[in-house]
Design a protein around this ligand. Sequence first.
Ligand code: PGA
Length: 258
Amino acid sequence: MGSRKKLLLGNWKMHKLRKDVPAFMESLLANIGDKNSWSQKLNFGFGVPATLFDVALSTTKNTGVKILAQNCHFEEQGAFTGELSCAMLQECGLHGSIIGHSERRQYYAETNTYVGKKWNSLALKGLLPVICVGESKIEREQNKTFDVVRQQIDDALLQVSEDARKCEFVIAYEPVWAIGTGLTATPEMAQDVHKFIRNELSKHFGATRSGTISILYGGSMNAANAKELLAMPDIDGGLIGGASLKPDEFAKIIKAAL
Ligand code: PGA
């Protein structure tokens, strides 16, 4: 269990222009120091808009910082106007993609089935799927959190082939009511769900493998609350929106995780 390296992923959503990226990366990397000072203990990266793929990759070359997409299409190619395939993401040199973010589920009607197909396609292309799950405020109030999260994982997995299941993936638990609201799940609340998720994963992947899978917490994680959240036994890192937009704030979260 202690062998899981912490993973911090910034989710830039629809923020930043190309001109902003070099200064951001320079400032962040200057702040946290050389790769040798952090890479033993954690990995970090950013899910960025497609317009920033190349500039984010070139400004982080050889630094160990991982650059991911925020969405993908599951088909290899085809008549899907406006979409990007996993082959396209791979060709750009990305590390993986966030999928199933609650904003995509809410505004673009993304279903568990779609999320599963994307998981499958990313994995088969050697890209890291970061699968977001989490309950809404009403679902939590109705004590449906575990049911919702179980269904999100089970339905998605129906689309994931045997070969794709062998590949690495990350789950991000993001209670919808905590995203961008300043409300954070308490470390205990988050730990309860993370433990539940790990237990569910062990039903599909076995206990040994499930002990190696990173489960990130997302929802108003910031420099002030990161340390407490990351101290919980099943919280292996964070998916961080607002607090990933400023290099000094994100650097503080990295330092809290070290
Ligand atoms: P937040 O966003 O940190 O701004 O709450 C997290 C996310 O949506 O991934």
